[in-house]
Design a binder for this molecule. Structure first.
Ligand code: OGA
Ligand code: MN
Length: 280
């Protein structure tokens, strides 16, 4: 019998939807896959509630959306499952098992690569019991659509340079990792390869400057765009529940991890990343 899956948009304009009744442990369910894929494209970000997934099950489900990317942070991957990046403040033998400070600024995943991530699937295994550790998501298609026509004209043809060169709380990138990450330029406005919708494509501190503009002009333009995106109209705050698997479309959204009291609470998540196209 087919599963009863319900899709509940959590904002008035349909950005971010909750999916109840799915069971991703069975990746061979074609009808369920089609429903989830359509919801992902329609809503930009989906949270699939109440999952119980082994690493292999999460990987198998994620692979249905395309080949998986292996994150450059090889020391923060799950042992035996390099497709899984550990977003976690757990420690073992005095060392963080994963990345304790992932995404503490507005960004879209792997924008510093030639082929940035299509989507990321972040699965909550432990969440802070005080309800902190939210993630903000921004609807970059709606943000683009709402720009004044003059700004849209100005953005036409402009490209930004994306470079991953920031350090982390517990470690810095190694020389070999830096050598693998020269950075890439991408359009500031990209067209979604599946929906055809245009979206702003920005990268927070990974997006260094707008190519061809003077430094102050570039900074002023980016500040204006970030200020526009942060309007409540485009931003949804996700409060995590145990068993949530949040799947965001990196081609038309940004996200921002909110700080929490990581000396007191544990937040432990498994992330898989689907490889995307070259942005155009
Ligand atoms: C990520 C990320 C946000 C969070 O895993 O790519 O940015 O809230 N995580 O953990
Ligand atoms: Mn991220």
């Amino acid at each position: 019998m087919a599963r009863e899956i319900s899709i509940n948009p959590l904002t008035a304009h349909g950005f971010f939807a909750e999916i109840v009744g799915a069971d991703l442990a069975d990746p061979s369910d074609d009808a369920q896959f089609a429903t989830i894929k359509a919801a992902h494209l329609a809503h930009g970000v989906i949270v699939i509630r109440d999952q119980r997934l082994t690493p292999d099950q999460q990987i198998a489900f994620s692979r249905r959306f395309g080949p998986l990317a292996i994150h450059v942070l090889e020391d923060q991957l799950l042992a035996g499952h390099p497709e899984i990046l550990l977003v976690s403040n757990k420690t073992e033998d005095g060392r963080y098992v994963g990345l304790p400070d992932a995404g503490r600024f507005w960004h879209t995943d792997q924008s510093y690569e030639r082929r940035p991530a299509l989507g990321s699937l972040l699965y909550a295994l432990e969440v802070p019991s005080d309800g902190s550790g939210d993630t903000l998501f921004c609807d970059m298609s709606a943000a683009y659509a709402a720009l004044p026509a003059a700004t849209k004209d100005r953005l036409n043809g402009l490209r930004g340079m994306h470079i991953y060169d920031h350090g982390h709380k517990a470690f810095a990138l190694g020389e070999a990792q830096k050598a693998r990450l020269p950075g890439h330029d991408h359009p500031l406005v990209r067209t979604h390869p599946e929906t055809g919708r245009k979206a702003l494509y920005l990268g927070g501190k990974v997006l260094k400057h707008v190519i061809g503009l003077e430094a102050d002009e570039s900074a002023a333009l980016l500040d204006e765009l970030y200020a526009h995106c942060q309007s409540e109209t485009f931003v949804y705050r996700h409060k995590w529940r145990l068993g949530d698997l949040v799947f965001w479309d990196n081609r038309c959204t940004m996200h921002f991890a909110q700080p929490y009291d990581d000396a007191t609470y544990t937040r432990h998540m498994h992330r898989t990343t689907v490889q995307g196209d070259i942005p155009v």
